[in-house]
Design a protein around this ligand. Structure first.
Ligand SMILES: Cc1ncc(COP(=O)(O)O)c(C=O)c1O
Length: 370
């Protein structure tokens, strides 16, 4: 059996009958950028999250960049974030000319560790940027408390966690703003790039709307240094169709996760931990094993390829060498990077495929590969 790591073509097949008419209607409308579908999607996502406003932008990366810009973060400021994630949040900080300060992660959830964040706060800290990694909320209460005590903003990176809850409330509306990605592989993915910021701060929303279109509120009158980061109508129309499936898809992801966890019981691997306060939406299901590279190869040879997220923590990436971090500075992130192994997870995956993947792992001769 072959189990693809991702299968977006299967998602298209399951939605074809709804997607094609939506695409056709949009093409026929003659309205292609920032039109009625974008406005409707902004309302739908903001309402789901429980925020006052949604601002559709070009990507999750832009959602972060525009948010930090709107918060006036710049040279001399520090922003604390996680080294164990996709590069976008860290990059958005350096793009502002601000200093990235990495704090270590929790060894079981892989999310930013509040105790280490607290140690890294200085008089220059302007924001904390936790990522709700792999579909599970970071410890928001702690970050909000740290922030409130010192006037530090909390910006949530929700790129991997649309539909996830923290204390029974959806992620995205806890801090100053929540940033979402609609990259095709995300739990709610467009058929191209896309992103959204949600906030309940009206002044911030207004500024973000200006920033996404070259700083204008009135056409050809530019009040701010802005960007071109508009969401297009085709992506918004497609996302509105897929949004109707999001809850069912997230339920299926959780079922798959539970099936893997049951099937892997007793093996010398760590399966994901879900915190009590969280509803996890399993954007990624990753195990930890001391024999990651051997198991990865063993699985690939049996038709189960994987992609390692993330093989090198951000503080050790060449691009951030000037920050001066060294191996050993963030030991938990470094250790997790060496042991993590994501398994295929997407709603279209069948129980037979899940059982096959788990069966392959069970066949692996753990301990024989020292
Ligand atoms: C945690 C995280 N933040 C931000 C992004 C950036 O989103 P985009 O690819 O839409 O720019 C991604 C993924 O792509 C991500 O995983």
């Amino acid at each position: 059996m072959n189990v693809p790591f991702l299968n977006l073509a299967a998602q298209f097949e399951s939605l074809k009958a709804e997607l094609l008419p939506a695409v056709e209607r949009t093409l026929a409308s003659g309205h292609y950028v920032l039109g009625p579908n974008v406005a409707a999607l902004e309302q739908e996502i903001a309402a789901r999250v429980g925020a006052g406003f949604g601002i559709g932008v070009n990507s999750g990366s832009d959602a972060l960049t525009l948010t930090l810009r709107a918060l006036d973060i710049g040279p001399g400021d520090e922003v604390i974030t996680t080294p164990f994630t996709y590069i976008a949040p860290a990059e958005s900080i350096s793009q502002m000319g601000a200093r990235i300060v990495f704090a270590d992660i929790h060894p079981r959830t892989f999310n930013l560790d509040p105790a280490d964040v607290s140690r890294k706060i200085t008089a220059r800290t302007r924001a904390i940027l936790p990522v709700h990694l792999f579909g599970q909320a970071a410890q928001l209460d702690d970050f909000l408390a740290l922030g409130q005590a010192r006037g530090i903003e909390v910006v949530e990176d929700c790129a991997q966690a649309i539909g996830a809850d923290y204390r029974g409330r959806p992620v995205g509306a806890f801090g100053a703003a929540g940033c979402f990605s609609f990259y095709p592989t995300k739990n709610l993915g467009a058929d191209g790039d896309g992103g959204m910021i949600v906030t309940s701060d009206e002044a911030l929303a207004r500024k973000l709307r200006m920033l996404r279109v070259h700083g204008i509120e009135r056409r050809y009158y530019h009040d701010l240094h802005g960007y071109n980061s508009r969401l297009d109508e085709l992506q918004a129309a497609i996302l509105r169709v897929k949004l109707r499936r999001l809850d069912a898809w997230n339920v299926r992801r959780a079922e798959i996760a539970a099936r893997y966890t049951a099937a892997l019981e007793g093996l010398p691997v760590e399966t994901p931990t879900t915190c009590e306060l969280n509803r996890h939406v399993f954007h990624v299901y990753a195990i930890l094993t001391e024999q990651r590279d051997e198991l990865l190869q063993f699985m690939a040879q049996r038709g189960v390829p994987s992609i390692v997220y993330y093989p090198l923590p951000l503080h050790l990436q060449k691009v951030f060498a000037d920050l001066g971090y060294r191996q050993g500075d963030l030991p938990v992130a470094e250790s997790v990077s060496e042991r993590i192994l994501p398994l295929p997870i997407y709603p279209e995956l069948t129980d037979e495929q899940v059982d096959y993947v788990a069966g392959v792992i069970r066949q692996f001769p753990f301990g024989d590969h020292e």
